[in-house]
Ligand binder design. Structure first.
Ligand SMILES: Nc1ncnc2c1ncn2[C@@H]1O[C@H](COP(=O)(O)OP(=O)(O)OP(=O)(O)O)[C@@H](O)[C@H]1O
Ligand SMILES: [Mg+2]
Length: 184
């Protein structure tokens, strides 16, 4: 079974393809409601309402190398299989938010997988973009912002091995604190 971190990678890659300079990735869990929300927001080229309805149909894509775009339909399917849903809010020229809601108590809930590596890969492979990663659970949260990191690092690139290691350790450590030692 696919891990949701791979869907996050897919959806963030759409934002990169859309020319976004800032990509906001949020993973929010509500343990009382047994819900997990994954949202990716960007300031890329955006879509018209017609394009939005078309992307939810697996046979629509602006790719020319391959006919069928599957990133969004697969993410939507993963959410719907748990009793959740996927929503896209987009405005041409402004940006896009793709948000999927999962019911974590569903037998079809796919594990999140290695979100830390996904985020670190996205950041280190796209040093010309800014990312904000926010993870929350029942009102507690932590965030990592590449814009803030850039200020602290001065001219040190975000794909410098020591920086990559630090990001990995930071996200893992903060995630462990947030989840109270519970891994998922
Ligand atoms: N964040 C976004 N901003 C602007 N357009 C988007 C965004 N996300 C998706 N789209 C549009 O929706 C289309 C479908 O996206 P989807 O991820 O389903 O498939 P794809 O990216 O074309 O192909 P695949 O993900 O299978 O490699 C994209 O080709 C693009 O035109
Ligand atoms: Mg895609």
């Amino acid at each position: 079974m696919r891990e949701l971190s791979l869907n996050i990678l897919d959806i963030a890659q759409n934002s990169i393809a859309a020319g976004a300079s800032l990509i906001n990735i949020e993973v929010a869990e509500d343990t009382a409601k047994k819900e997990l929300l994954i949202s990716v927001s960007d300031n890329g080229c955006g879509m018209t309402q017609e394009q939005v309805s078309n992307v939810l149909d697996p046979f629509f894509t602006t790719r020319t190398t391959r006919k069928v775009g599957m990133g969004i339909p697969l993410f939507k399917l993963a959410a719907e299989q748990t009793g959740g849903n996927l929503r896209i809010e987009s405005e041409k020229g402004k940006g896009t938010t793709t948000a999927a809601l999962f019911r974590t108590d569903s037998i079809d809930f796919t594990p999140l997988g290695d979100v830390t590596s996904t985020i670190v890969i996205l950041i280190s492979m796209n040093t010309d973009r800014d990312f904000i990663y926010k993870r929350s659970r029942d009102g507690e949260s932590f965030a990592l912002s590449t814009a803030e990191m850039r200020e602290i690092l001065g001219g040190v690139p975000l794909n410098e091995p020591e920086v990559v290691e630090w990001m990995k350790d930071y996200i893992n450590e903060q995630t462990n604190i947030l989840l109270g030692g519970v891994t998922q």
